[in-house]
Design a protein around this ligand. Structure first.
Ligand code: DAH
Length: 331
């Protein structure tokens, strides 16, 4: 066996290797267990041949190691320069959050009334039966007073069933003129279905001043309805009944789907009911110590979920609570 020729071939292969993979192949070929050199070493019988072979093996080994280190450094350098991170590049796609639809509508309503010179006041979610019922002229035995319909904490305390108690609290604390809206959660003992959830939101409005008339109420609600549903909508008011208003009305907006012609969305009436309102019953003024001869006022209370559903035409109220991003992202 020509050890010198073998060593020359090995060293030439080492010099020709251009990658760490290639140098590994050279190592296997010239120094691996089945290489000519290793096989020859295993067969050695005399000391001199052994020394020659070992010396050649050591030279090839150190040549492979040196070349390998060189190639590793070069590959690292190349990776570092190619994979450089440019920290000044703008980031493309941070996901952006948005306000929940109910929060958006809440702010829209607040903006409308702030623009009309109203104040936004906070109510209480835990109320007494005095403010939730008695002060609002609910008769004894009214169904809403029942534990079947409302969520009581004790005999005199409950989760408010409407935002109307904020009317009484505001009138007790202040003298007219009063122009306020109060928005927040209300609670009813309802089983969730497509049009009911036990927690929902209302906006309450109250205006008390000298000379306030029903025309002020309908004008204000007309303004609000057009801001929420579009300037092209028509509005209509029909008589109704609430214990705390006299007369009481219910506000309707022309159907946005058929524009009044009649379709399944408006149950072929052309009109969609939005919520209640009325002239403050003088009894409430007596309760809070206002001069009912001098002052008059109007009030209204509407559900924000209902506004959302009517405006965006989704069929199930519960979507607002599911937090499925495929739903929420549409608004
Ligand atoms: N509180 C009523 C309800 O929850 C809504 C309402 C109707 C509020 C007429 C008012 C009003 O202030 O004047 O159904």
């Amino acid at each position: 066996m020509d050890v010198e020729a073998l060593e020359q071939a090995a060293l030439a292969a080492v010099a020709a290797a251009r990658s760490t993979d290639a140098i590994e192949a050279v190592r296997v070929e010239y120094l691996g267990r089945k290489s000519a050199l290793k096989l020859a070493l295993r067969e050695v019988r005399d000391r001199e041949t052994g020394m020659t072979l070992n010396a050649a093996r050591e030279r090839v080994e150190s040549a492979v190691a040196a070349r390998e280190a060189e190639l590793q450094r070069a590959e690292l350098d190349r990776r570092l320069s190619e994979e450089r991170v440019d920290v000044t590049l703008p980031l493309g796609g941070y996901p952006r959050g948005r306000l929940h639809l109910i929060t958006q509508i809440r702010r829209e309503v607040e903006d409308v009334f702030l623009g009309l010179g109203y104040r936004v006041v906070d109510g209480r979610e835990v109320e007494t039966t005095h403010y939730n019922f008695d002060g609002l002229n609910f008769p004894p035995g009214h169904p809403a007073r029942s534990r079947l319909h409302s969520l009581f904490i004790d005999d005199d305390t409950l989760l408010r069933t409407e935002t109307s108690p904020s009317q009484i609290r505001t009138m007790e604390a202040e003298q007219p003129p009063i122009y306020i809206v109060s928005l927040g959660r209300v609670y009813r003992r309802d089983t969730p279905d497509a049009t009911h959830t036990p927690v929902f939101h209302q906006v309450e409005g109250l205006a008390v001043d000298e000379g306030i008339t029903l025309a002020d109420l309908t004008g204000t609600l007309d303004f609000l309805l057009k801001a929420l549903f579009g300037q092209g909508r028509r509005t209509q008011f029909r008589t109704h009944y609430f214990p705390f208003t006299e007369p009481s009305i219910e506000a309707y907006v022309s159907c946005h789907v058929c524009d009044g012609a009649g379709c399944p969305v408006c149950r072929h009436s052309g009109w969609i009911e939005v919520g209640g309102a009325g002239m403050v019953d003088p009894k409430l003024f007596e309760f809070v110590g206002y001069d009912a001869e001098r002052y008059s006022g109007f009030a209204f209370g509407w559900g924000l979920e209902r506004i959302a559903m009517l405006r965006h035409e989704f069929p199930d109220l519960r979507e607002l609570w599911r937090n499925d991003l495929r739903f929420s992202r549409q608004f």
